[in-house]
Design a protein around this ligand. Structure first.
Ligand SMILES: *[C@@H]1O[C@H](CO)[C@@H](O)[C@H](O)[C@H]1NC(C)=O
Ligand SMILES: *[C@@H]1O[C@H](CO)[C@@H](O)[C@H](O)[C@H]1NC(C)=O
Ligand SMILES: *[C@@H]1O[C@H](CO)[C@@H](O)[C@H](O)[C@H]1NC(C)=O
Ligand SMILES: *[C@@H]1O[C@H](CO)[C@@H](O)[C@H](O)[C@H]1NC(C)=O
Ligand SMILES: *[C@@H]1O[C@H](CO)[C@@H](O)[C@H](O)[C@H]1NC(C)=O
Ligand SMILES: *[C@@H]1O[C@H](CO)[C@@H](O)[C@H](O)[C@H]1NC(C)=O
Length: 194
């Protein structure tokens, strides 16, 4: 311990890393380790990524993380096997949270050797209300006396390229566009809602 809220962990010798890899799952003792911070869903067009920051004072340490998620109304936390003992600070939960009319929670704990932190938990996540809508595609075609602006709503995230596309417009039927047209000659901008 060095001063306020700072914990310094020794670097892991190679043998320890090897034994960690060989003996998964590693049971860990909850307690000593502070928990991850800033846990939140980052969601755009229904692509839902859980993100967090390392525990306070442990930015440099060789920690790993394990993630679980919870579907509101069901009774248990579920494992996300791809996000078990990972060294990244994010986890793609798009598939697990793909029903955008459901609500979810997620949590993550930090693990260092046989020590693990308490869980850090998100607030309730409701993709339908919380996802950000990405920018539309904009195409212009010009005529002698007119300009046509063709806007295409962004697509909802999909599991794989073969899955049929769903426009965000189908999910939010009242989606509107704010179009600004800048006239270089008059140096003026006109905005309109569409
Ligand atoms: C790890 O756990 C041990 C035993 O539970 C404890 O003595 C030690 O302080 C913990 N270390 C950290 C960095 O939390
Ligand atoms: C948590 O997020 C805030 C704001 O983005 C940032 O200033 C802070 O450093 C983060 N905490 C950690 C432990 O990274
Ligand atoms: C999740 O993983 C933990 C640790 O391996 C296990 O104890 C628990 O039963 C698993 N939970 C579910 C719902 O599969
Ligand atoms: C993180 O884990 C991956 C795969 O487990 C490994 O290849 C990589 O070297 C690790 N990165 C760090 C910074 O430890
Ligand atoms: C549309 O965009 C313009 C320029 O960015 C901004 O001034 C205006 O307030 C926006 N209108 C709406 C309804 O958001
Ligand atoms: C365009 O108008 C803005 C403010 O309306 C002004 O600051 C800028 O200098 C103008 N640019 C030109 C090229 O006239």
């Amino acid at each position: 311990n060095q001063g306020v809220g700072r914990v310094v962990l020794p670097r892991k010798p190679l043998e320890d890393i090897a034994s960690l890899l060989l003996s998964t799952p590693v049971p860990c003792v909850s307690g000593g380790l502070p928990k991850p911070t800033n846990i939140t869903f980052f969601s755009i067009n229904m692509r839902n990524i859980l993100q967090w920051s390392p525990p306070e004072g442990l930015q440099e340490a060789e920690l790993t993380y394990t993630v679980q998620y919870f579907i509101y109304g069901q009774k248990k936390w579920l494992n996300k096997s791809e996000c078990r003992n990972i060294n990244r600070t994010c986890c793609d939960l798009s598939v697990e949270t793909s029903d955008y009319e459901h609500q979810y929670y997620a949590k993550v704990k930090a693990i260092w050797e046989t020590n693990c932190s308490k869980w850090a938990e998100t607030g309730r996540f409701y993709p339908f209300l919380e996802t950000q809508i990405g920018p539309p595609e904009v195409a212009l075609s010009t005529d002698e006396k007119s300009i046509s602006i063709v806007l295409t709503a962004p697509e909802k995230w999909k599991r794989n390229p073969e899955e049929s596309s769903i426009s965000m417009q189908q999910i939010y039927s009242n989606l509107k566009y704010n179009v600004s047209v800048y006239n270089a000659k008059s140096n003026r901008t006109v905005s309109l809602e569409w």
